[in-house]
Structures are given as C-alpha cells and as structure tokens.
Design a protein around this ligand. Structure first.
Ligand code: DGL
Length: 292
C-alpha cells in the first residue's frame, strides 16, 4: 500500500505524460486549462519557454472554484469539459494548470484521452530544497490539501523537513477578484496566509510552495504583508520546462496573440480585459458549459 502511494506521488510530481508527443511539422498547439484565471501564471511561463507555440487558454469558470467541489463531481466535470475542449480545439498537448484538478483527475484524463497531459502538482521537492530552517509550508486549496496524492508527495519528498499543509478557502477567489479590478483587503489576504508562518524551537518557516496556480497572481501582495521574509515558490517555470522537454524540437511559429475560452458568460470587466491583454490574450471566446 505504501509503495503504491509513493509511486503515484512520484508520477504526479514528475508530471509524466501518458501519451507520447506526436511528431509535428508545425508549431504545437497547447491547451492550457484551469478552473479560472490562475492558469495564466503557467501560460506566462510557457510563453517565455516556448514563445512560438500556439496556445489556447481555457477557464472552466462556470465551475469555479474547483477547491470546493467534491472529488467525484470534480473528476466528472474535468473529464466532461476536456471532452468538449479537445473536440473543439484538437490540441497536441494539454497542460492542466490547476493543482486541485491535477492531484485528482490526471489519471482519469490520461486514461480517457490519447494525448500527452502535463499536470501541476504541489512543489514539495523544490520547497524542501529551498529551506534552511527545515520548516516548509505548502499553501493550496482545501481540495488539494485533502488529497491522498498531496500527502504521498510529502511522504516521498519531505525528508527531514517539517511540512505544514495550509488549505486557504478564499485565496483563489481573491486572486480572481484582483485581476477583475476588485482587490481584497490586506487584512483578508493576511488572514488566509497567516497559518503559513510557523515558529518552532527558535526556527521560522522560510519556504512556501504556492500549490494553487492562482496564488502567484498575488505574490507581490503576499511579499508586502508577510510577517517575515520567505521564499515563495511558483512551480510555473518547472511546468514550462517539462512541456518544453516533451515538445522537443518541433517547429515553432511566430510569437502571436493568444486566445482564451471561458465556460461561463460572466461579464469581463475592463480591468480583466486589460490584465488578459497584458498577458498577450487579446481574443476571448465562450464555450458555454454550465455546472449541473
Ligand atoms: N487554480 C486552481 C489550482 O491550482 C484552483 C482554484 C480553484 O479552487 O478553482 O489549484
């Protein structure tokens, strides 16, 4: 039993793709998927690593936040949305830019679709490598915190480090609000991140892994309200490196504008349109799909 859990943790951490990347004569089409706007942090890293790929960003905002869906419902939802997105966009590779979905639904996705999937899972190993005090925090959604996979990764990679797992109920929503031009108060953010900061035997937490792709959107604000300095670990560049390795020497196109799809018909306030444009996303389409 222990061995099986460890194997799954290692597999998820490495973000191993299930299907081989096809050999391409054109730029690869990469679908970047999240419950909302958090995956934009991964898209930005991909855009740096592979600027000539063809990206489509998909936000299942009709079902946001994934952190509050129960496991069975979340897997069914992610597979159903992916079915539509893959049929519509025919990507060559899918990046599940969502820890809450990756830590649960990757096996189902890899079984159902003959495509390479790269997931985003808590950066336990980099956080442990970064700590000097031996006190590390993994900051995630409530869903990611309760996953067996998350626990298995801690078992596999924590070593001597003491890991505090913090499930923040509102942070992903605050990150969405920030991009939509209605930022949360400092006190609201401070209350969410307060449990990350642990003092024990004269030592203090010095590394915090941001295990939800929404959270790096708030990184500057975290830095300004943190009770002391820590290393904030954003796994997006590592995910981008993994994708670049899979894509290999496929030909690349022009560095062009990107497109985003939303599953709800929620209005896009001016602040969000500007935030998307600042990330190179100038075209928005709807792929409406209400949550049952
Ligand atoms: N961006 C998602 C993640 O990485 C979570 C946001 C949500 O709860 O939907 O976990």
């Amino acid at each position: 039993m222990t061995v099986r859990r460890l194997d799954m943790g290692v597999d998820l951490f490495a973000g191993l793709a299930n299907a081989a990347m096809p050999r391409l004569e054109r730029a690869p089409k990469i679908l970047v998927f999240d419950s909302g706007l958090g995956g934009l942090t991964v898209l930005a890293a991909l855009d740096v690593a592979l600027p000539g790929a063809d990206y489509v960003y998909a936000a299942d905002d009709a079902a946001f936040p994934y952190g509050s869906l129960d496991d069975q419902r979340l897997v069914a939802r992610v597979v159903a949305v992916m079915e539509r997105l893959i049929a519509r966009e025919t990507p060559d590779l899918v990046v599940v830019a969502c820890n809450t979905a990756s830590t649960l639904a990757l096996p189902a996705l890899r079984t159902r679709f003959a495509l390479p999937f790269v997931g985003t899972v808590p950066a336990v190993k980099p956080a442990v490598a970064a700590t000097k005090s031996g006190l590390v925090t993994i900051l995630a959604t409530a869903g990611t915190v309760r996953r067996e996979h998350t626990r298995a990764m801690i078992d596999a990679f924590a070593g001597e480090a003491e890991v505090t797992l913090v499930g923040a109920p509102n942070l992903a929503g605050y990150a969405e609000a920030e991009l939509r031009g209605s930022p949360a108060e400092d006190a609201e953010l401070a209350a969410e991140i307060a449990p990350c900061f642990v003092e024990r035997d004269g030592r203090r937490t010095d590394a915090v892994a941001l295990a939800c792709t929404h959270f790096p959107l708030l990184m500057d604000r975290f830095r300004s309200i943190a009770p002391w300095e820590v290393k904030w670990i954003d796994p997006a560049p590592a995910v981008a490196r993994r994708v670049a390795a899979l894509v290999g020497d496929a030909p690349m196109g022009e560095h062009g504008a990107q497109r985003a799809l939303f599953t709800s018909d929620r209005a896009l306030p001016k602040a969000l349109v500007e935030a998307l444009a600042a990330r190179g996303v100038t075209e928005v389409e709807r792929c409406l799909f209400a949550l049952d």
